[in-house]
Design a protein around this ligand. Structure first.
Ligand SMILES: NC(=O)c1ccc[n+]([C@@H]2O[C@H](COP(=O)([O-])OP(=O)(O)OC[C@H]3O[C@@H](n4cnc5c(N)ncnc54)[C@H](OP(=O)(O)O)[C@@H]3O)[C@@H](O)[C@H]2O)c1
Length: 232
């Protein structure tokens, strides 16, 4: 029997050649202003926003709802102004003054492993983070999602990067994929893509059912997919 988990929406912005960033991996801008409005609305509709360890440590995003109107609408529904921020990070060596920890108001949750020292854990907790140990070398994603459900989260949004997305897809732990495809080409064999890590065989390929398609005036395309559960 599979234990309950939240509904998981993966959202990413990628170039027409499938890149999530340039080879520099410094968080190159891909989303247009219109796309940021779309992302902001998705964030406001989520209980939590989840990112992988590399994105957390290298990009240190704020992960807040930018629109005051959307934040107030959440508050009017009795929800916290911002969804919780969740980091999946094997070695949580982020600085207490990092944007992930300091920008708010928002609940901050870190799933990590014993690779994070007790001293660092105390430092993170003093900075207001909840730190949970799940897994040995890497975070146990099934356990982390189950725990988020126990915490009352019912709808979560994953904002990358490609290694975390690949693992969630491989484990069948995601329900929908929303993609903004920008009219851009970054190139580069080593540039991060939507689903990195080891890759799948043709038989293991994740199958998608298109739910919708929007053409943006900026030349971008938004595709929404349902992720078909593997019967294997
Ligand atoms: N365009 C977009 O929408 C978008 C969004 C987000 C990020 N990005 C870009 O993506 C790049 C970062 O992506 P990334 O693939 O390098 O890293 P990532 O997916 O952000 O993080 C992956 C890291 O998370 C840790 N982790 C812990 N438990 C894990 C598990 N069970 N499964 C997978 N990862 C686990 C691992 O760290 P250890 O190896 O230390 O164990 C792993 O290397 C950056 O260039 C960033 O700018 C783009």
């Amino acid at each position: 029997m599979t234990l309950p988990r939240p509904f998981v929406l993966i959202n990413a912005a990628m170039t027409a050649d499938g890149k999530l960033d340039t080879v520099a991996r410094r968080g190159a801008q891909i989303s247009s202003e219109d796309d940021w409005q779309r992302v902001d609305a998705l964030r406001a509709a989520s209980d939590a926003i989840i990112i992988g360890g590399r994105t957390l440590l290298d990009e240190d995003p704020r992960l807040l709802v930018k629109s005051a109107e959307r934040r107030n609408a959440r508050a009017a529904r009795g929800l916290p102004k911002n969804p919780a921020k969740v980091g999946i990070v094997s070695l949580a060596d982020l600085r207490p003054e990092s944007r992930f920890l300091s920008a708010g108001p928002a609940r901050r949750i870190l799933y990590t492993t014993p690779r994070t020292s007790i001293t660092q854990t105390r430092r993170l907790e003093e900075a207001g983070a909840e730190v949970y140990f799940m897994g040995s070398e890497r975070v146990d994603l099934t356990a982390a999602l189950r725990h988020l459900h126990e915490l009352g989260f019912r709808r979560v949004m994953v904002e990358g990067g490609g290694t975390l997305i690949a693992e969630l897809l491989r484990l069948g732990l995601a329900d929908e994929l929303h993609l903004y495809i920008a009219p851009l080409i970054f190139g580069g064999a080593d540039a991060p893509t939507l689903a990195d890590a080891g890759g799948m065989s043709r038989d293991e390929a994740v199958r998608l059912k298109r739910l919708g398609l929007d053409l943006f005036d900026d030349g971008g395309i938004v595709v929404r997919y349902e992720i078909i559960k593997s019967t294997k």
